[in-house]
Design a protein around this ligand. Structure first.
Ligand code: NAD
Length: 266
């Protein structure tokens, strides 16, 4: 039997990093190879198991990305850090799972280009439920057509640094696909002052921030005399972590390519 793929967690001391340590500890398909966080992080040197409230596992948090220690790097950090890790993975021929959101179009282009050389699974949301919602939103947009206005509303905890969320963008993209147009030409990310009436094909986004909300998303289809809502509420980060670990096991040993959670779920 071949050994289990070794996973490096990039951003190990963060909220998602700790959930990933727990998900890997519970997994029978992958094992922890490295736990990485930024230079100067107060958790450097701490055992990853201890960090996640588990028994010590013998892997301590380091600020170095050492490809010899892993087969797949799972990144939940910040855009610049994700891109720095990407360069190391491309150089060393290691697969990557990218969960970091808030990437610019140029950063996403660099990831897509790197995916010609290594296997990369990237998703704005790794939960099973949201990936089902993406399909439902695409289908609803197609079926309801332009008589229904599409608005995406999301709520997240007060520490989130980017908006709209990667998941909101996934839902907006799915709605645009269902309607048969390019999201970039129709997205409305903010409204203030004399905005004028709503454009017929607009896809609006609203972001609410506060408290400890893990992630609520709704796609609203607002018609005359009726409305359809497709909603998802995450109550724990473990669903994202379990999905990302599933993606890591799936992407290990795959040929180069830019994969999504839809590919992982088949
Ligand atoms: P967080 O702030 O709790 O954790 C981020 C971690 O990254 C921190 O420990 C930080 O020290 C570390 N970091 C920052 N710069 C680094 C560097 N240069 N090198 C190594 N480590 C570095 O944030 P979080 O809530 O865990 O979220 C992290 C990212 O994941 C965000 O972009 C968030 O939006 C995204 N996210 C994605 C999903 C998904 O399913 N795709 C789910 C939840 C969060």
């Amino acid at each position: 039997m071949s050994p289990l793929p070794r996973i490096a967690i990039h951003g190990a001391a963060g909220r998602m990093g700790r959930a990933l340590i727990q998900a890997i500890a519970a997994s029978e398909t992958v094992r922890l190879g490295a736990a990485i966080d930024r230079a100067g992080c107060s958790e450097l040197g701490v055992d990853a198991g201890t960090l996640a409230g588990l028994p010590a596992c013998g892997v301590s948090v380091s600020d170095r990305v050492e490809p010899a220690l892993f087969d797949v790097l799972v990144d939940f950090t910040r855009p610049d850090a994700a891109l720095a890790a990407l360069d190391v993975c491309v150089q060393a021929g290691r697969a990557m799972v990218v969960g970091t959101t808030g990437l610019t179009a140029e950063q996403n282009r660099r990831i897509a280009e790197a995916a010609r050389r290594i296997a990369i699974c990237q998703a704005g949301n790794f939960s099973l439920g949201i990936n089902l919602c993406v399909k439902l939103v695409r289908e609803a947009a197609r079926a309801l057509g332009d008589g229904f206005d599409v608005e995406i509303v999301e709520v997240h905890h007060r520490h989130k640094v980017d908006a709209p969320s990667g998941t909101a963008l996934m839902l907006g993209e799915a709605a645009a696909q269902g309607r048969g147009f390019d999201l970039r030409k129709h997205a409305v990310y903010a409204r203030e002052g004399q905005t004028g009436a709503r454009a017929r094909d607009a896809i609006g986004f609203a972001a609410i921030r506060g408290g400890d909300v893990v992630g609520d998303h709704s796609a609203l289809f607002l018609g005359e005399g009726e409305r359809v809502e497709i909603s998802h509420r995450a109550t724990s980060r473990m669903n994202f972590a379990a999905g990302a670990v599933r993606a890591a096991a799936w992407v290990a040993g795959r040929p180069a390519g830019h994969y999504s959670m839809q590919d992982v779920l088949g």
